[in-house]
Design a binder for this molecule. Sequence first.
Ligand code: NAP
Length: 264
Amino acid sequence: MATGSHFNTDLTGRIALVTGGTKGIGKAIAEELSSAGATVIVSARSKPTDGNPAHHFIAADLTSPQDVSALTNEINGTYGGLDILVNNAGGLTTPGGGHSTLTDQHWESELQLNLISAIRIDRALLPGIIEKRGVIIHISSVAGRQALWNLNMAYAVSKAALNSYSKALATELAGKGVRVLTVAPGATKTPPMEKFIVDYATAQNIPEDEALAQLLMQTGGIPMGRMAEPSEVASLVHYLVSPAAGYLTGSIYAIDGGSLPVVS
Ligand SMILES: NC(=O)c1ccc[n+]([C@@H]2O[C@H](COP(=O)([O-])OP(=O)(O)OC[C@H]3O[C@@H](n4cnc5c(N)ncnc54)[C@H](OP(=O)(O)O)[C@@H]3O)[C@@H](O)[C@H]2O)c1
């Protein structure tokens, strides 16, 4: 006898923060969550001119502890707690070339942006998230499992640490009804990825399509033969934060067209 579907992905009434929700993957996640009914807050350093007016924008540089305090105080004061926190802001900001090109400053800035900022935001918002039995997503990268020494060493290390932190936090909070999950995209068609390809092509003095082919070859290629669309990552995040995923916590979800050459 049919009992009806329990696949509930409705987010009506939920309050969500998407850091870096103004561009690329974060923008797609913010749009996806609001389409599912959530009230969405987005943060970034600069307010976009073409931002969604329905989203509550809060300016903050997440590498600054003062800005993180102001952001989290405003959210706690206005909303009294979050149901959904997507720590998405991050990126590869340091040069390739391996260990000798990376200074202390490079290591510190990459760790601040990709690891410490999420830890700081989680800590400040967790009392309200625990009260609402909410869910936290950390946007990592396949690089966190497969570092490419000549391309992304410090970035990969910061994302590997984020994976480990996310797992530990999930275990700590499972008994309080808070779920914590990690999403690890592979190459995704966003402005920084496009710039990365152009910069690599310029540095190697080769055309962009050859640069893309070379970069993909260094990661073992993408079996599906294309990069992800930001909306595809957003669909996964939507599912993970929804009631349909209520028994999922502590796991990492690679979304990479099959590119990670390991069992995930
Ligand atoms: N694109 C990929 O191929 C790919 C692959 C794997 C993982 N990822 C991960 O996915 C996440 C999003 O990447 P994306 O490619 O979508 O990046 P993106 O298009 O550059 O967007 C980054 C967002 O974060 C904000 N941001 C950047 N630095 C910030 C800072 N210091 N403080 C506050 N906000 C900041 C940006 O706005 P402002 O510039 O105005 O601050 C923007 O809204 C990152 O964590 C990245 O590591 C991306």
